[in-house]
Design a protein around this ligand. Sequence first.
Ligand SMILES: [Zn+2]
Length: 174
Amino acid sequence: MAGLYGTQININALVKLLLMKEKMITWETVLAFCMRGNLLPDNRIEKNKEAWREQLTEKQYRITREKGTEPPHLGALCGIFKAGTYHCVCCNTPLFDATIKYNSTSGWPSFTQPIKMNAIQYHKDTSFGMIRVEVLCNTCDAHLGHVFPDGPQPSGLRYCINSEAMLLKTNKNN
Ligand SMILES: [Zn+2]
């Protein structure tokens, strides 16, 4: 028994195990990230507040750097289902492929998986008296939105993302 509580599970080993089993991010994987830490991103982009303010519009800054939320059904990317890739508005890292976007009727762009396992970071968010999981860009820490366990199968996830946090690059414009 002595070693039971002292055992440290390596996050990468745990996530690897979960991903091997499911081959995708599921709610179980999301909770593992929240409890144990996130995967390392491919690269990091860090800027100070002034630099982000200069680069972003007021709305983009409020949402991505101050954890804001746009009103439902008003986001520019809400009803768009064109082929392409959704990138972080701050650092241009690809976050979601348009093929896994779906109409959740929630009023915000909704996805069932990130484009890459390490594209997104997950944090427990207890603001507004709720327990939710906040999702951020893993490259630049931009607040994107939240993920919920009420999405379509097979992942069962709904990434609920602010339009203002993303740029859609359609296949033609790539
Ligand atoms: Zn970013």
